[in-house]
Every structure is written in structure tokens, then in C-alpha cells.
Design a protein around this ligand. Structure first.
Ligand SMILES: *Cc1c(COP(=O)(O)O)cnc(C)c1O
Length: 222
């Protein structure tokens, strides 16, 4: 998309976010040039869905900005992902978390992570089921080289974002319940939910991190 348009979109979105809500620009399929334009307009954090694509873009753009993994992370990509990312938003199993912990320990990195909840209980979506999240978070507190900092959810996609509200609300309830436990090595501070069509509803329901792609960069040719 046209640079001037990305820049305008970035400034408009950043100005519209309430204080304390962080923008993660969902950059899948976008070129390093498009990412650089958004970064110049003030976006500080970008999300990637695939490790290989992330490596190409991050190598080109650099680490002056923050990079989050927001797609499903396969265990055989963990080792490659660790040096690339500043946060993994999509931890959804003990086995993935244990692999992250092991490889982070090898290079002396402590990786901030979010636990992804499949709040809509959708068969084709990744994420831990809502009734399993407490158990997983308890276990993750034992892993010294990852640090759970909150929860992430996609929620079902609806034409009307109001329909997503109950899923955001349920995720926030889980977030607050877990925060109140004060588990060791866990700092429940980040609630990542809401995309281009639903971020305003997500913020009303307590999101303090929103992941926005098409509203910033334009429609994807998928
Ligand atoms: C693509 C993507 C987004 C952004 O979607 P848009 O509808 O383009 O804003 C947010 N989160 C995740 C995990 C994504 O893959």
C-alpha cells in the first residue's frame, strides 16, 4: 500500500487508542518497506505469524522495534524463533512452553509470553481451552526462562464485533482471576485481544494490547 496512506492510518490509530493500550501492528504479508513506514509514523511493536517470514522481515528492518510472535508456533521452529522475538503471544501447551524454556535457558534469555486462549472453543483454532488455562498457567510458573505476562485471544470472527464481546469478557475474567492468585514468576499485566474490526469492543472489555493489520496496512491479498 501507498506509504502516505500507511502513515496516515498509523497516526490515526495511535491517536485513537486510550493511554495504556499498546498497538501491535499485525504485519503478515507486509514488506519491510511497509513496516518501516509504520515504524517511522510511531508504531513501536509489530506482530508476525510465521517464523520464516519473520526472519526475512526482521533481518531487513532490525531490532530497534519490538517483535511479537502472534501466529501458532511449532515446536520445531522454537529455536529459530527465540532470538527473533521479544514476546511470544501464542503459548498454548506445556510442551511448547517447555521447549521455549529449554532453548531460552541455553542462550540466557528470559522470554515474555502470553498464554493464548481459544475463547470460542473453535475446533480449528489454536489456544488452550478456557477450562484448561488455570492449570497451564500454574505449571508455567515453574519454568524459569519464560515469564508469563498475560493472556491473548483471537475469539471467533464476526461481521458484527458486538458478537465478539462475550468472548473478550470471558478472557478478561480469566485474566483477573489469574492475576489475583499472585503466582510466582508470573506477572499478569497484558491482555491482548481485538483486531481491526473488533479492537474498540476489546478495549471496552479490558484489552490493553490490540493487534491491528488491515486497518493500518490496507486489505491483505489472501
Ligand atoms: C492477522 C492477525 C491480526 C490482525 O488482523 P486484521 O483483521 O488484519 O486486523 C491479529 N491477530 C492475529 C493473530 C493475526 O494473525
Amino acid at each position: 500500500m501507498d506509504s502516505a496512506l500507511i502513515e496516515k492510518n498509523a497516526r490515526r490509530i495511535l491517536a485513537a487508542l486510550p493511554p495504556g493500550v499498546k498497538l501491535v501492528a499485525a504485519a503478515k504479508t507486509r514488506t519491510p518497506e511497509e513496516v518501516a513506514v509504520a515504524a517511522r509514523a510511531g508504531v513501536t511493536c509489530f506482530g508476525q505469524n510465521y517464523v520464516q517470514e519473520a526472519e526475512n522481515v526482521i533481518t531487513a528492518v532490525g531490532h530497534q522495534i519490538e517483535w511479537h510472535m502472534i501466529g501458532h508456533l511449532q515446536r520445531n521452529k522454537v529455536k529459530k524463533a527465540i532470538p527473533l522475538f521479544d514476546m511470544i503471544e501464542t503459548v498454548d501447551s506445556w510442551r511448547l512452553a517447555a521447549a521455549l524454556d529449554k532453548h531460552c535457558a541455553e542462550i540466557g534469555k528470559i522470554m515474555p509470553v502470553l498464554v493464548e486462549i481459544n475463547s470460542g472453543r473453535e475446533a480449528r483454532k489454536t489456544g488452550v481451552l478456557p477450562e484448561e488455562v488455570d492449570d497451564l498457567v500454574h505449571r508455567l510458573s515453574e519454568l524459569p526462562s519464560i515469564r508469563v505476562e498475560g493472556l491473548m485471544t483471537m475469539g471467533p470472527r464476526f461481521g458484527d464485533p458486538e458478537d465478539a464481546r462475550p468472548y473478550f469478557r470471558a478472557t478478561r475474567t480469566a485474566f483477573e482471576r489469574l492475576a489475583a492468585l499472585n503466582l510466582p514468576n508470573i506477572v499478569m499485566k497484558t491482555l491482548s485481544m481485538g483486531m481491526s474490526n473488533s479492537y474498540l469492543v476489546a478495549i471496552e472489555e479490558g484489552a490493553n494490547m490490540v493487534r491491528i493489520g488491515s486497518l493500518l496496512f490496507g486489505p491483505r491479498n489472501e
